[in-house]
Design a protein around this ligand. Sequence first.
Ligand code: 6PG
Length: 237
Amino acid sequence: MSKPEINIFDTKKEVAEAVVEKIKELSDSNTISIALSGGSTPKLLFSIMAARYKESIKWQNIHFYWGDERCVPPNDDESNFKMTKINLFDNVDVPEYNIHRIAGENNPEGEADKYGEEINKNIEGSPYPKFDLVILGMGTDGHTASIFPHQMSLLQSHSICEVATHPESGQKRITLTGRVINNAKNVFFLVTGADKKEKTAEVLLEKGNFKDYPAYHIQPKGKLSWFLDKEAASLIA
Ligand code: 6PG
């Protein structure tokens, strides 16, 4: 693995605060594309962005996409879009046309193709669109975005988006593929909590079954940064 930048903070809140600052830096003088993640740390990130950066972030400079979405309607509690809307979009002035929602209510296969076309139309890059930033979490099983260990082929798909399936619930998801994520200029992993410490250590120290975890295979040509709280980092620091 190329050496990622590893940032360790005392608390989940400090992780989120550091990431907001990075997003502000990236977007202050450039129009950027960000692929968002679901999960608990991004939820805190969005609420801090809304509470403290409403006036200081240039929202018109940021185009929001998703790295993955559950195949549910946008008003469903499972929806990553709904979580972002409640915690961020409802509280700041992001232009509507800057929000590129995955239509989780649509047919999954059709939406995976349609969203891939939306990304291709708006984001340059060859052979894959090049996001300025992809924000990721990591599950306790080592999944990232909606690439789960039982579907490692999604890492190598030549499509921009694919339909994934949650291993326990069977819930269908739309996810960016590994090749698109690895083509990004910046990839941020936001990983917090003691329940992530084993997988974090396996992935970052290349121990145990690290090759079985999709998160390990996120090794972008661009810059890879991990943002950890001390609980998640307790076996590596
Ligand atoms: C999702 C996320 C998923 C998430 C991990 C970690 O749609 O659920 O994209 O990949 O990042 O499950 O979630 P936590 O940060 O809440 O543990």
